[in-house]
Design a protein around this ligand. Sequence first.
Ligand code: 5GP
Length: 190
Amino acid sequence: MRHGNLFVISGPSGAGKGTLVARLLQEVPDAWVSVSATTRSPREGERDGVQYFFKTEEEFMDEVAHDGLLEWARYAGNCYGTPRASVEEHMAAGDQVILEIDVQGAFQVREKMPAARLVFIEPPSLEVLEARLRGRGTEADDVIAERMAAAEVELSQKMSYDIRLVNDDLDEAVHALVAYVDEQAEKPRG
Ligand code: 5GP
């Protein structure tokens, strides 16, 4: 059994984090991904407890007040946060715990858990990012504009991450991510 580790994956909406994390879960048997809480409305096909725990603002703030979230942030008008207890349980069980969260959340996690490894997923360019967001067809124009603005802010933080992976060729990006997780998980501890 390997030691439990915490990996934070960030990058602009549309950079392909979700696809990369899904592939990582297939390839790394002890990887486990946390399900976040959010006040955002479910997109078509999203189910409560699978992609997110969908909460009202009041329920969300109640979790915050009871210290139930390891970190939380507002992103494009909604709240998102990581439930603390399940992360702690999976780390104690020796899993490679994956958080797919925004940059504000990533820095909160690093403050609280300095051993966490921060991975930034970059789109090949802003043009490609916008094309992917439009191609997804789930967001209205104003939401896309908001997410493009958020993307520029996020990209400006990428040098603070432990590593950056450009998601141009998906298989190559998956390979690099799996290699990084395995390398960190197998590092001897002092
Ligand atoms: P989306 O609405 O597209 O599902 O997610 C929007 C952004 O919120 C993404 O950058 C995603 O990584 C981030 N996010 C999702 N869950 C969390 C969380 O628990 N905490 C934080 N800080 N950000 C999150």
